[in-house]
Ligand binder design. Structure first.
Ligand code: F0G
Length: 474
């Protein structure tokens, strides 16, 4: 199933021997800084060996996140100039609402300032203490919001999605048997809703197939529970469906997106990813009653329901971004660029999660440092050492991020301990990735004999700890 996809990209998109043809040209540039090794060692030491605590001005290539870091198009900048800043009934909101309705087929749209605000709104309304939210490896803020409401996440990701190797084309899929057992055991009263994250960020940016979305939806219908999509990277997911799932190669991305959302009761969206904007998000719903129930909460926490934490300018840029993100040449280049970096690292012997994800390359920390014990945060160590080697900033998606079990207080040991190199959209070129590959390969080579990793210096006691904790070398 994957052969066609790899063929397309291994020949350098549509242009033989010329690498990827970038479907845009660059009009505005932003200088980047190179620090000396001594300076980098100083900076990461001062940051308590936590890349979140670095200043971005001390980073040369910033692959911390693909969230809110896209370059906007000339059409998006132009759209911002016609932003309507009315408190109520802004024309920019109606433009955004129409775009979402046409794109996703969901009639009711509540704007929020970013994805987690949509999660907050959804969980405030739907999650009661003791209820479950089954899904495919929930993202950290998603999980935290569910737990904050007293709910619990049940991870139903397929077993292939929990290993770094293998060629499964849809490692983000849910295991239908596990989900059915969970729904049967708990009964509909104990299930707040089912959530599909597409692509699945936490297991490597892996996509979910339409066949799987349909099968999950059928189970939800049978057990009378709602199905929501975490749509942060919906366009990348649709592209993988087009390239990898039988019967969709001839379909447009727009048609595939329509199909994906046709199975859902609604979605949360962080437009900082596939909305191609620095800030913004929304919650979209099929049910009017639910929509009316949520509106007052949006007003209380986000702002009036025709702006929800965004300016008119933000909504204009997002509406335009949502149109650009489903263009095939954009997606071909985008996903191809990520795969280019993946191939370069793999060729150099760096252990990377395969198939390559849609928004990032994930390095397997436990293989990168084979002799560093699992509980000494090898992926976090990789982030630190890659920064030191050449100012490239990735982020840990592993044992530190997994945190502690809210019931037992024990450290959770996740199936994968990854260092993520997330690729901002339309920002870096192939030359930047050649540099990144050289740096990662250099750090890998230097770390080969390494036997010890990191321990907490100061662990943030509550909630999401990876942003603020500090570390020491063991
Ligand atoms: N869902 C997924 C799958 C995400 O990846 C994120 C954010 C969110 C929800 C929350 O959205 O940031 O707009 O509030 N992911 C970022 C990342 C932060 O770096 O992967 P948000």
């Amino acid at each position: 199933m994957l052969s066609h996809f790899f063929l397309l990209h291994s020949s350098g998109a549509r242009f033989k021997n010329r690498g990827f043809m970038i479907p845009f040209r660059i009009k505005v540039v932003e200088p980047i800084r190179f620090l000396s090794l001594k300076e980098r060692e100083q900076k990461i030491g001062d940051a308590g060996l936590n890349v979140f605590r670095l200043k971005s001005s001390d980073v040369t290539i910033d692959l911390l996140t693909d969230s809110g870091t896209s370059a906007m198009s000339n059409a998006q900048w132009a759209a911002m100039m016609i932003g309507d800043e009315a408190y109520a009934g802004s024309t920019s909101f109606f433009k955004l609402e129409k775009t979402v309705q046409e794109l996703m087929g969901l009639p009711f749209v509540i704007p929020t300032h970013q994805g987690r605000a949509a999660e907050q709104l959804l969980d405030f309304t739907l999650v009661k203490p003791g209820q479950m939210v089954p899904g495919n490896t929930h993202f950290d803020t998603t999980k935290a919001h569910i737990e904050f409401r007293g709910g619990r996440c049940v991870d139903c990701t397929i077993k292939e999605g929990k290993t770094p190797e293998g060629e499964h084309p849809f490692k983000g899929n849910l295991d239908i048997q596990t989900l059915e057992t969970c729904l049967k055991k708990e009964g509909s009263e104990k299930i707040a809703y089912v959530l599909i994250t597409m692509t699945c960020n936490s297991n490597g940016g892996q996509p979910v197939s339409l066949e799987n979305i349909a099968a999950v939806a059928a189970l939800c219908k049978k057990f009378k529970v709602k199905l929501f999509l975490d749509a942060a990277r919906f366009a990348e997911n649709a592209y993988f469906i087009q390239q990898r799932e039988k019967g969709f190669y001839e379909k447009s991305i727009g048609e595939i997106v329509q199909r994906m959302f046709s199975f859902a009761d609604g979605c949360t969206m962080s437009a900082k990813k596939d909305g191609l904007v620095p800030i913004g998000g929304f919650l979209a719903l099929r049910d009017k009653i639910l929509f009316e129930t949520m509106k007052p909460h949006d007003i209380l926490f986000e702002g009036f329901y025709t702006y929800g934490g965004m300016s008119g300018m933000d909504m204009e840029a997002m509406a335009q971004g949502l149109k650009e993100v489903i263009q095939k040449d954009y997606l071909e280049h985008r996903v191809g660029q990520v795969a280019y970096l993946g191939r370069r690292l793999k060729k150099g012997g760096v252990p990377v999660v395969e198939p390559f994800g849609g928004h990032a390359i994930f390095i397997d920390g436990r293989e990168f440092y084979k002799n560093v014990p699992k509980d000494q945060f090898p992926a976090q160590l990789a982030c630190v050492e890659i920064y030191k080697e050449g100012g490239v900033r990735g982020v840990e998606v592993g044992a530190c991020l997994a945190g502690r079990d809210p019931d037992t207080g024990k450290n959770i040991m996740p199936a994968l301990d990854l260092c993520r190199l997330a690729i901002p959209r339309r920002v870096y070129t192939q030359e930047h990735f050649d540099y990144v590959a050289e740096i990662v390969l250099g750090a890998h080579e230097k770390g080969k004999g390494r036997k010890t990793g990191l321990k907490f210096d100061q662990e943030t006691p509550q909630g999401i700890r990876h942003f603020t904790s500090t570390f020491k070398y063991v």
